[in-house]
Design a binder for this molecule. Structure first.
Ligand code: GDP
Length: 478
């Protein structure tokens, strides 16, 4: 059967107007009562995370099928995904290194550990996945993007230091996400180690140890010496068992980006954590606002893989752009659909970006100045040759508009680089480029950081543009 825009909106629990807008990004102009093609319905549904399986009748597509119930018979145990949190210097990095070192290199001969943002170890024949970015920055960025990847949090507390501000923050994050906490009391090898004090202090946060009638697991460790690591891993498996972590490996994969970057030789690379299903080389994929076809898959030991199942982190290549940590990915049935869908998402993202204003944009400098009473414009000047740099600089400095000052924070010859953009972003500056362009990295960062880059071929144009913006900045004279 077929659906109209209005009917589909109702099934998805969305406004028709929202759907109509979405359709426009897909290049489909439709009114509320228009019938939609099956392909289009699938695209829309997928955008809302509703998977329309080939065998599912379109008519059945509803909010009920969004939480697509997996056949319980197909659910299999999956490794827990663990994040390590705690106060700075309490030993998070050392613990991650120690676990990896004692468990990975010893067991898997020939493996050269690769930093891909996550790794897996084996304990008692079972796997545990660790997110390799200590601290709650990673945890919160992912949560902010709606991704829930962590199953268990290890709260590291130094036995000689006790509960500190970031310890409390970590507890709050874990509790907000309803993720179980295991406490690793670290630095037990040190003189002043006082694990009782740590337990006492944490009791205030409802982390009551089992010994005192509570249900929080405490493990004493020395990340530095490797003491207690096995026990910690065993406790992780115990909690995982209680949590009954399961996933269906027998379907198209879905999951979250752990980290991503642009590699000079390989193009965009992204570490993906598969959360359900199995991902294979060659699969068409949409990741955040990027898409592609998985060209190669490498695990945390630098080994090429052909497929990756639930809770497995792999680094992939083959995307048309660099996604963000915390972005979701979905494997598609066919390539054309993935591209169509990826492009639609990219368009939408661009559209959203356009509606946001940059930090310092020449177009709204006037308004910004009026509201914020800013009397200074920070500017970075880049030009093709040093002579032009001096000429542009000299002319800018000569602009004489009462009450407003131009502050050239950096000037140099050469293309506009990412470092220029980062500097501009940090100091709320505009970038003026004379006979130069931003390189790809600079462009991308400028887009995300909302840095205004003005490119000119004639010095006069560059100066005039700034001058008129500045004139608009003046307080009215009475
Ligand atoms: P992070 O900021 O939480 O990642 O902490 P680090 O792992 O960087 O550790 C901070 C400092 O504590 C480093 O100098 C480590 O060598 C040290 N450290 C970490 N774990 C232990 C431990 O178990 N015993 C001792 N004595 N020092 C440790």
């Amino acid at each position: 059967g077929s659906l109209t825009v209005g009917e589909l909106a109702e099934k998805l629990n969305k406004d028709s107007s929202e759907l109509i807008k979405k359709l426009m990004f897909l290049g489909v102009m439709a009114t509320k009562n228009e019938d939609l093609e099956k392909e289009t319905i699938e695209l829309i549904a997928e955008d809302y995370g509703v998977e329309v399986e080939e065998e599912i009748e379109i008519d059945e597509l509803g909010i009920e099928t969004q939480v697509e119930e997996d056949d319980p018979a197909k659910l299999e145990e999956r490794p827990p995904v663990v994040t390590i949190m705690g106060h700075v210097d309490h030993g998070k990095t050392t613990l991650l290194d120690s676990i990896r070192h004692t468990k990975v290199t010893a067991g898997e001969a020939g493996g050269i550990t690769q930093h891909i943002g996550a790794y897996q170890v084996r304990e008692d024949g079972k796997k545990i996945t660790f997110l390799d970015t200590p601290g709650h920055a990673a945890f919160t960025t992912m949560r902010a993007r709606g991704a829930q990847v962590t199953d268990i949090t290890i709260l590291v507390v130094a036995a000689d230091d006790g509960v500190m501000p970031q310890t409390k923050e970590a507890i709050n994050h874990a509790k907000a996400a309803e993720v179980p906490i295991i406490v690793a009391v670290n630095k037990m090898d040190k003189e002043g180690a006082n694990p009782d004090r740590v337990m006492q202090e944490l009791t205030e946060f409802e982390l009551v140890p089992e010994a005192w009638g509570g249900d929080t697991i405490y493990v004493n460790v020395s990340a530095l010496k490797g003491d207690g690591i096995d026990e910690l891993l065993e406790m992780i498996l115990l909690v995982a068992e209680v949590e009954e972590l399961k996933a269906n490996p027998d379907k198209r994969a879905r999951g979250t980006v752990v980290e991503a970057e642009l590699d000079k030789g390989r193009g965009p690379v992204a570490t993906l954590l598969v959360q359900e299903g199995t991902m294979k080389v060659g699969d068409p994929i949409v990741v955040g606002n990027t898409y592609g076809k998985i060209r190669a898959m490498v695990n945390d030991l630098g080994k090429r893989e052909k497929s990756a199942g639930p809770s497995t982190p792999v680094e992939i290549t083959g995307l048309n752009g660099v996604p963000n940590a915390g972005d979701q990915f979905v494997i598609f049935g066919d390539e054309k659909k993935a591209r169509q869908f990826g492009e639609a998402r990219a368009n939408r993202a661009r559209e959203q970006e356009r509606s946001q204003t940059s930090k310092v944009s020449i177009d709204d400098l006037f308004d910004q100045i009026q509201e914020g009473d800013v009397k200074e414009i920070n500017v970075i000047v880049k030009a093709d040759v040093q002579g032009s740099v001096e000429a542009v600089k000299g002319s800018l400095e000569k602009i004489d508009v009462e009450g407003v000052k131009i502050n050239i924070i950096h000037a140099g010859a050469g293309a506009i680089a990412e470092s220029d953009v980062i500097l501009a972003s940090a100091s709320n500056a505009l970038i003026i480029g004379f006979n130069v362009r931003p390189d790809a990295n600079a462009k991308r960062t400028a887009e995300t950081e909302k840095v205004d880059i003005r490119l000119h071929r004639v010095i006069y144009d560059a100066i005039e543009e700034i001058e008129s913006a500045m004139k608009g900045m003046l307080d009215p004279e009475y």
